[in-house]
Structures are given as structure tokens and as C-alpha cells.
Design a protein around this ligand. Structure first.
Ligand SMILES: O=P(O)(O)OC[C@H]1O[C@H](OP(=O)(O)OP(=O)(O)O)[C@H](O)[C@@H]1O
Ligand SMILES: Nc1ncnc2[nH]cnc12
Length: 181
């Protein structure tokens, strides 16, 4: 990624202090979605990085993971599997509790959405504490599919998510980092 590309994407992201709680610097990715060039660039960089690695599925987590995960799967010519908040998936699911930077929740995956032969790339908009993607990884591994990589548009290195995910055997990549502010 070039410095110009980093600047282009960063200029599309809005930062909202104290949302949704005091002390949180909220990094709003909707500015990438409504900027056709920035959105295309984001998906192209990720598709180029991962296209030759033999992935069979992208898994993205509700809700913002869908916004980047589904177009990336389309660009890579592979399927997309949603991990959703509780009660949203109609077939038999596995469920996993997790902690967020500002709360806690449960995630679910369809039990038959992946098989043991799948090689999965996880895609989410943002890595904060890593709780969301740790739970997502547990769900994928519970099915028996292989997952070794997680990619993000943004990471917040001060919150320790990268370390948490590396500790469970994931390689982490993010297009943009926001540290120290
Ligand atoms: O690394 P973590 O500390 O787990 O935080 C990152 C997660 O938090 C946000 O999702 P959120 O749960 O707010 O849901 P949303 O995508 O539905 O807005 C974001 O989209 C990531 O999925
Ligand atoms: N600081 C943050 N900005 C945007 N989304 C988030 N999800 C968790 N922490 C976040």
C-alpha cells in the first residue's frame, strides 16, 4: 500500500470522540462505503493480497464485517459466510459469547455453513480488543474448518487485539492503524 493510498483511505474515515461511550474514539467506516473510489481501493488491495492463497470462504461478522466481507468474497470468486448476532440465523447454529470494547454479546454461525475442508479468511472492518474475532475463530474451528488469517480495514494497536489473535494462531493484517489518539 502506498502512502497516497493510506492518506486517501484515512481521509474517508471520520473520527467521533466519545461515541458510543465517553472515552471511545469511534472510527466510522461509512465514509469509505459512500466513496466509490475508496471502497474499490479497499477491496482491491485485500483481494490482491489474498487471492493466490487458496481460500475457499470469507467469514464476516455482523454487521460491519458484512459490508467488506461480501464484496471481498465476490472479488475473490469465493463464498461468503455470515457470523451473526443471536437469533438471526434460521438453521442449526453454534454460539459463542464474547466481550467488546464497550459491552458483551453472543455470535452464531450455521453449523453447516463450512466443512473441515474449508480454508477460511476472516474479514472485519475494525480490530479493537479482538474479542469479536476471537469468538468468530472459535466458531469456525468448532466446525473443524481451517483459519489462520484475519484481515481488517482498521486496527487500534493500543487495545491489544493483534496480540490476542496471534495468541490463538492467527496472522493479522490491517490496512490502516490508529494508535495513540
Ligand atoms: O475487536 P473488538 O473489541 O471485538 O471490536 C471490534 C468489533 O466491534 C465492532 O462491531 P460491533 O460489535 O460494534 O457491531 P456492529 O458491526 O454491528 O456495529 C466492529 O465492527 C468489530 O466487529
Ligand atoms: N473505536 C471503535 N471505532 C469503531 N468501531 C469500533 N468497534 C470497537 N471499537 C471501535
Amino acid at each position: 500500500m502506498t502512502e497516497t493510498e493510506i492518506k486517501q483511505l484515512k481521509s474517508a474515515i471520520h473520527t467521533i470522540p466519545d461515541y458510543p461511550k465517553a472515552g471511545i474514539m469511534f472510527r466510522d467506516i461509512t465514509g469509505i462505503l459512500d466513496d466509490a473510489e475508496a471502497f474499490k481501493l479497499t477491496i482491491e488491495i485485500l483481494a490482491n493480497k489474498y487471492k493466490a492463497a487458496g481460500y475457499t470462504k470469507i467469514v464476516g461478522t455482523e454487521a460491519r464485517g458484512f459490508l467488506f466481507g461480501a464484496p471481498l468474497a465476490f472479488a475473490m470468486g469465493i463464498g461468503f459466510v455470515p457470523v451473526r448476532k443471536p437469533g438471526k440465523l434460521p438453521r442449526a447454529t453454534y454460539a459463542q459469547d464474547y466481550q467488546l470494547e464497550y459491552g458483551h454479546d453472543t455470535l452464531e454461525i450455521h453449523q453447516d455453513a463450512l466443512t473441515v475442508t474449508d480454508k477460511v479468511l476472516i474479514l472485519d472492518d475494525l480490530l479493537a480488543t479482538g474479542g469479536t474475532i476471537e469468538a468468530t475463530t472459535k466458531l469456525i474451528r468448532r466446525i473443524g474448518a481451517t483459519v489462520t488469517d484475519a484481515a481488517f480495514v482498521i486496527s487500534l494497536p493500543d487495545l491489544g487485539g493483534e496480540r490476542k489473535l496471534e495468541d490463538i494462531g492467527l496472522s493479522v493484517f490491517s490496512l490502516l492503524q490508529y494508535a495513540g489518539d
